[in-house]
Design a binder for this molecule. Structure first.
Ligand SMILES: Nc1ccn([C@@H]2O[C@H](COP(=O)(O)OP(=O)(O)OP(=O)(O)O)[C@@H](O)[C@H]2O)c(=O)n1
Ligand SMILES: C[C@](O)(CO)[C@H](O)COP(=O)(O)O
Length: 231
């Protein structure tokens, strides 16, 4: 068993979802999105503490949502920042000294399965940094001015979360990015910028992030399928 602490990012505004509130409160099969996500970590015995990064204005609402869950005491609230990366950094500051392996996860990805959490923890324990990713299924074009080129799809992977790291590596990567005022779109990119390699754990196409309104129906479909025991 490789123990880890989880940082779950939930301090966004959900602008692209456009539902007039943080998308973490959207209900899927009668349960708020953030509860679905937290439950995946809470039911994993390898996970010690969940650092839930939130907008402080939403703390009371989230506390109410958590009220009836016996795993609520394993959650530590952390105030989020302006950008996703700032929220991740605040999570890392909160977890300092508590962990060797840390996972950073989007609260908006509710379908992570335990087997992937374990593969990530083992890989990060061994190599220092690992992320879940899936091979891209579209043909990707790169546009430069008016000309298009087609990228080699064999080499392209779509990054997901969780992303798992040895604490010392991810903290150094974030510190460097802050020092250089660099904002990346995920945490593993910051580790790549240190010159350190990041391993891929082949993920699942079901591990979607709810980003736009179309993703809600897709998420409900995945939930219905898994409720019926299908994969
Ligand atoms: N300042 C921020 C921005 C994002 N997140 C979290 O990072 C995850 C991935 O971000 P994204 O899907 O972009 O969520 P939002 O920022 O909420 O969405 P949008 O960009 O459409 O506003 C989400 O779980 C979100 O809550 C965060 O904790 N702090
Ligand atoms: C971290 C991430 O989920 C990997 O796919 C993604 O980059 C977050 O993206 P967003 O730009 O905040 O939607």
């Amino acid at each position: 068993m490789i123990q880890y602490n989880a940082i779950v990012l939930a301090a966004g505004q959900g602008k692209r979802m456009n539902v007039g509130k943080n998308k973490q409160f959207i209900h899927l099969s009668g349960q708020p999105l953030i509860i679905h996500t937290l439950a995946r970590f809470a039911e994993d015995e390898w996970c010690q503490t969940i650092y839930l990064v939130i907008n402080p204005a939403e703390k009371d609402d989230i506390t109410t949502l958590l009220h009836s869950f016996d795993w609520k005491d394993r959650i530590v609230f952390v105030n989020g920042g302006e950008e996703r990366q700032d929220s991740g950094y605040k999570g890392l500051q909160a977890v300092e000294g508590e962990t060797d392996i840390v996972m950073i996860h989007d609260g908006a990805r509710p379908f992570i399965e335990t087997s992937y959490l374990h593969q990530l923890a083992e890989k990060a324990d061994y190599t220092g940094a690992a992320l879940l990713a899936v091979p891209v299924t579209d043909t990707i074009k790169q546009k430069q001015n008016t000309s298009l080129t087609t990228l080699d799809r064999q080499a392209l992977w779509a990054a997901q979360t969780p992303q798992a790291f040895k604490y010392s590596i991810i903290k150094r990567a974030h510190d460097m990015a802050r020092h250089e005022q660099y904002i990346g779109t995920d945490d593993s990119e910051l580790v790549e910028r240190l010159g350190q390699s990041v391993d891929i754990v082949h993920g699942s196409y079901q591990n979607v992030k709810l980003t736009t309104p179309e993703d809600i129906a897709r998420a409900e479909a995945i939930l219905n399928k898994t409720d019926k025991g299908e994969r």
